[in-house]
Design a protein around this ligand. Structure first.
Ligand SMILES: [Zn+2]
Length: 169
């Protein structure tokens, strides 16, 4: 499986499982990005309100920047979101270069942002494992969030995406 063709969440999850990039239940998104050809990762303080950016630094080469002032769980989601943009939208990134606010935004009607958030949530919380954890912990949100290394906000987003609203999550 080629690292620069991980353009479906199934492929990303399969790649991570085959290459030991899932520790416990945590997808090692940082290592996944670092292994991806033509993709660099920079962690640095970004201006307030900005989670991350992705931009083309030279032809066909891209850089993801993540706001190092944020919590690790938030950074993980931001990295997964930008990784999704790289895999799905890299030919059309102009408006993302300045940096963006992720998941807290209200304009999820924007298709590419919705796709990137869904992709990020799916690779950080694969459906089979997510359902297992809900079962195992009887829907204990903080415990599940900790297990996946995500914020509770991201976890609720995932549950909603799976149509689990009203099942205790
Ligand atoms: Zn985005």
């Amino acid at each position: 499986m080629s690292l620069d063709a991980l353009d479906t969440t199934e492929r990303v999850i399969a790649y991570c499982r085959q290459n030991n990039l899932i520790e416990g239940a945590q997808t090692d998104i940082e290592e996944l990005i670092r292994r991806t050809p033509n993709l660099e990762l920079v962690k640095k303080p970004l201006r307030d309100g900005i989670d991350a950016y992705i931009r083309e630094i030279e032809p066909q080469k891209y850089e993801i920047g993540v706001n190092s002032k944020h919590s690790l769980t938030r950074q993980r989601f931001s990295m997964a979101h930008e990784f999704a943009h790289f895999q799905l939208h890299r030919k059309n990134l102009k408006e993302l270069e300045e940096g963006e606010r992720i998941l807290h935004r209200s304009d999820e009607r924007n298709l590419i942002e919705w796709q990137a958030n869904s992709f990020a949530a799916e690779i950080l919380m694969p459906e089979d494992q997510f359902r297992e954890e809900i079962e195992r912990t009887r829907g204990n949100i903080s415990e599940i969030a900790e297990r996946f290394g995500v914020s509770e906000l991201a976890l609720r987003y995932r549950a909603k995406n799976l149509g689990m609203r009203g099942h205790g999550v």
